[in-house]
Design a protein around this ligand. Structure first.
Ligand code: ZN
Length: 333
């Protein structure tokens, strides 16, 4: 049975979850509880051909190996993609040259025509919000916000039980909320964006600048080392990280006042430095927000399982009402 043996059933126990980044495509068979039956990973080979073809290849490989062939039917395909995603259309609204030529790709349409099953496409942080809602600390909550502090800063906002999407799906770009109108310039054209202070990239840049100003060796120093130095009591690193905590506190206070969430979930490599990190973020947030908004607010670490992006991608098949796939004619044959 080749990949054309993939059978769609709206009641199936398993869905395909796909996490697509600039360098890797991770695919897996997942169930509603976040169990991962099997996984498969291929390089994205950005700029070297069609990304949808590469996704189809990854799904094919997933089904030819491991437990894939034992799964009788599939509920659908959930994709989490890099770039700005139009959720209604399941297409790429805009992508940087991280994946050249990706802008405009009608992912949902291509994959539904190919596999004849429902396909949901969202951005990588919105699906992490689903992982938190269904498996993580935010279970049962209708109002919470997720921040991923990684290479950049991504955000997902759950308000009244639904992800806030805005007019085409771009809402939740918390990394580009300004926390200092006279601050550092940002790649987005803004000034003082949170991402400049709280992303791994931003922490690395500011740490190197700080070390250089002191005549210390800054070569190759990244966020990981900055955080390690801070935890070891280094004063220069403490200045850099204090700025990070103040920026996060300022940003989170604004979010709290805007959305009145019960919980803020912090994930990504930068936030994995543990309880001491979260404690400083709480402290700086509470200083800047009205007490009525913070007295029941919890700031917690993200779901720590592996594959949380891939799982969240697949969970879309349980989160959203069943939907028949759309075809415009040519299908898979
Ligand atoms: Zn920005």
């Amino acid at each position: 049975m080749g990949m054309t043996g993939l059978v769609y059933s709206p009641d199936a126990t398993f869905a395909i979850g796909i996490d697509l980044g600039g360098t890797k495509i991770n695919a897996g068979l997942i169930d509603e509880q976040g169990h991962v039956l099997s996984t498969c990973s291929l390089p994205t080979l950005a700029g070297q051909g069609s990304v949808p073809d590469r996704i189809i290849e990854t799904i094919g490989k997933l089904f030819q190996q491991g437990a894939g062939p034992d799964v009788p039917s599939i509920r659908g395909i959930g994709l989490a993609s890099a770039g700005q995603i139009n959720w209604e259309k399941g297409s790429v609204h805009f992508s940087t040259d991280l994946i050249p030529g990706y802008t405009g790709t009608p992912l949902r349409q291509i994959l539904e025509e190919r596999f004849r099953m429902p396909v949901f496409v969202d951005n990588d942080v919105n699906v992490l919000t689903l992982t938190e809602k269904r498996l993580g600390a935010a279970q049962g909550l209708r109002n919470f916000v997720c921040l991923a502090l990684g290479t950049g800063v991504g955000g997902g906002i759950m308000a009244d039980g639904r992800i806030v999407r805005g007019s085409w799906g771009g809402a939740g770009e918390i990394g580009h909320m300004s926390v200092d109108f006279g601050g550092l310039p940002c790649i987005c054209g803004g000034v003082g964006c949170l991402e400049q202070y709280a992303s791994g990239t931003g922490i690395g840049v500011r740490m190197r600048r700080e070390l250089e100003s002191l005549g210390r060796n800054a070569e190759g120093v990244d966020a990981r080392q900055a955080i390690a130095l801070w935890q070891a009591g280094d004063e220069a690193a403490a200045r850099v990280m204090d700025e990070t905590f103040q920026a996060l506190g300022s940003g989170l206070a604004s979010i709290v006042h805007m959305f009145n969430p019960e919980m803020i979930v912090l994930g990504g490599g930068v936030a994995e430095s543990g309880e001491i990190f979260l404690e400083r973020v709480r402290e700086e947030t509470l200083k800047r927000a009205m007490r009525s908004f913070t007295e029941n607010l919890r700031i917690v670490p993200a779901y720590r399982g592996n594959h949380s992006g891939m799982i969240g991608a697949g969970l879309q098949l349980w989160e959203y009402p069943p939907r028949e796939p759309v075809f415009t004619g040519e299908g898979m044959h």
